[in-house]
Design a protein around this ligand. Sequence first.
Ligand SMILES: O=C(O)C(=O)Cc1ccccc1
Length: 418
Amino acid sequence: MAYTSSLHLPKHLLLPSPRRTRHRRPSSFVPVSAAANKINGGVNGHHAPEKPALPNGKAPQHINGHGNGHGKKGVNGHVNGRHAGNNRIHLSVSTGGGGGQDGSGLRVAFQGAPGAYSEFAAKTALPGCETVPCRAFADALAAVERGAADRAVLPVESTMEGTALRNYDLLLRHGLVVVQEINLFVHYCLLAMPGVRAAEVRRVISHPMALAHCGRALARLGVDPEPVEDTAGAVEMLRSGRMLDTAAIASPRAADLYGLDVLAHGLQDESWNVTRFLLLSRPSAVAALPVDAAAGGATKTSMVVAHRGGSMMVVLKVLSAFSSRGINLTKLEVINNDGAAAADAGSGAGARPPVVILDTSARGKPTLRAFPHVLYVDCEGAAHDPRVHEAIQEIETFAVFVRVLGCYAADSTVYDLQ
Ligand SMILES: O=C(O)C(=O)Cc1ccccc1
C-alpha cells in the first residue's frame, strides 16, 4: 500500500513577477498574464474571456518574504547522510555543452512526437534548442546519459494532480541533475480528422495525464478514454490511421501541425492547469559557476530525503531545519510506500514499491537503493548558501540518505502557449 500527501507552497502558481523573465521566449509563447483570455472551462468549442486567478479566486501574489542571502562560496559537496564529504555535485546552472543563452547548440530530448507539451516546454525554456523526440520519458533520460542529447525535459507536477510520481521515480533512478524549471499553462483541445463532428466521436485517445485532467469533460461527452504514449502521438495516430470515430486530446499547436480540426477548446476540468517541467543535464556538463552568479536572481534547490519512517516527526524536523534558518520551502511531498502507514492513512491508494534512488555518493560505481519512506523537498536558495547547506547537514543527522537533485534559477513565470 502506498500513500502520498503533499504540501505545495504554491509559488509556481503565481503570475509572472514584474521583473523581466530571464528567458527569451519564442514569439509563440507569452507569459500567462498577457495571454490568459483564452481560458475556458467547458467543452464548447470557443474561448470565453476569463482572467486567470489562483484557485481561491484571489489575485495571484507572492506569498513568501524571505531573501536568499546567497553565499558565493562554491561548496560542491553532494550531501549524503552516510558519506557526507565523499560526494560531488555541481551546484550551478549553465547552458553547458557549448549552448548559447537561448539554448542554441543544445539538443533537448522529450517524450512524444513533435507538438507534445514537453516539446513546447523545452522550446519555451531554451528557444534556440533542437528538440529530440523520444518514445518514452525513460528514453529521453537515457539519451542524455549516453550523450545523444544535452538535456531531457520531464513534467514532474501539475496543479491538477500534484506530483507526477512515475516521472519523479525516473528522475531518482538516474544520475542527472536539475538545471532549470519551467511552468507551462496547459490548454487541452479535442481534435479530430477534418469533417468529423463531435457527435460521431466514440473514443478519445491521449497521454494518461491529459485524459485524467479532462475526466469530467470526457464523461459529459460519453466517450471511452484510451491512453497512448503522448498527446501529439495521439494526433499522429488519428492522422495516419484516418480514424473517423476517434478524437485526440492535444494542444491547439498540435492541431495546426497535423492539420486536424479543433472540436472543443479548454477541455481541462480546471481552468487553472499548470504543469511544471524540469530540465535535466549530465552533472559533468554543468559548469562550475555558482548558480546565483549565473542567474542573477533567486535560486532553488531540489532534494530527496530518505528516512526511517515511523511517524510524521521527521517531517516536522525537516521543516524545522529550514524554518529555523528562515528558508522557504516551495515543495514538500511525503511518500510512504509502507503498508501500515497507508492503512492508517486510509488512503485506499494502490501498492507502490519502495522508491529507488541512484546513490551517486560513494567513490565507486553509483548504486540503486530502495527506500520506503522519502520526502521530496524544494527550497529557496542555492545548496551552497550557508543556511541551506547547514539545513541539509542538520537533516543528515536523522535521515538515512539525502541526495541533492539540483540547484537552479527559480522561475515562477507561468508561460502560456498561444
Ligand atoms: O503528451 C505530451 O504532450 C506530453 O508532453 C506529456 C504531458 C501531457 C500532459 C500535460 C503535460 C505533459
